[in-house]
Design a binder for this molecule. Structure first.
Ligand code: SF4
Length: 67
């Protein structure tokens, strides 16, 4: 699912400890940085959401599974 990025998202993500990126997913290999399902994951990695400029959209992975 892809939604428009809003400036408020940064504050909301911090306040709610919102987990949605690969780094918090049970299917993430933190040794290689790859998805264990072989999905392309650059759009789901935390780095995309913390560097400037922020992305135009937030892309949620349908297979995210909280680790
Ligand atoms: S299932 Fe989705 S969120 Fe989880 S590691 Fe793979 S690409 Fe990332």
């Amino acid at each position: 699912m892809e939604v428009a990025f809003r400036p408020e998202f940064d504050e909301e993500r911090e306040r709610l400890s919102f987990c949605f990126t690969c780094e918090d997913c049970a299917h993430f290999d933190d040794g290689t940085g790859e998805c264990l399902h072989g999905f392309p994951n650059a759009m789901h990695r935390l780095a995309r959401y913390v560097r400037d400029p922020r992305p135009a959209t937030i892309v949620f992975c349908k297979d995210f599974d909280l680790a």
